[in-house]
Design a protein around this ligand. Sequence first.
Ligand SMILES: [Zn+2]
Length: 114
Amino acid sequence: MVLDFIINIILLMGIIGLFNLTRYVLKIRKIIKMHKDNPNIQGITIVNGEVKIIEKKSDVESIKVEVPKEIDPICGKEIDRAEAYRIVIDGEEYYFCSWECRDDFLKKKQQEGA
Ligand SMILES: [Zn+2]
């Protein structure tokens, strides 16, 4: 009978769906086990049948990328470029930790020039 045939197909599709679902659940469980010690996990996503974890970028990493470090030529201190005192002499950039270091540097430059 046609109806039996249709019911069989629906049943078969259901079984395949259940099978895929079970596979995904097993995959997700495996991935959670693999990454259970990782504190940066935000979630899990399924893209084209692949289970992937969503990871939060660690703060240390993003700071490293966003703010380049500069070395103060007077005191040798390492400073964030965003917080440094900056001067440009003859197209060259110099960065200082403080106004005093910047002043010292300018005095030295003047002495060299004179
Ligand atoms: Zn300094």
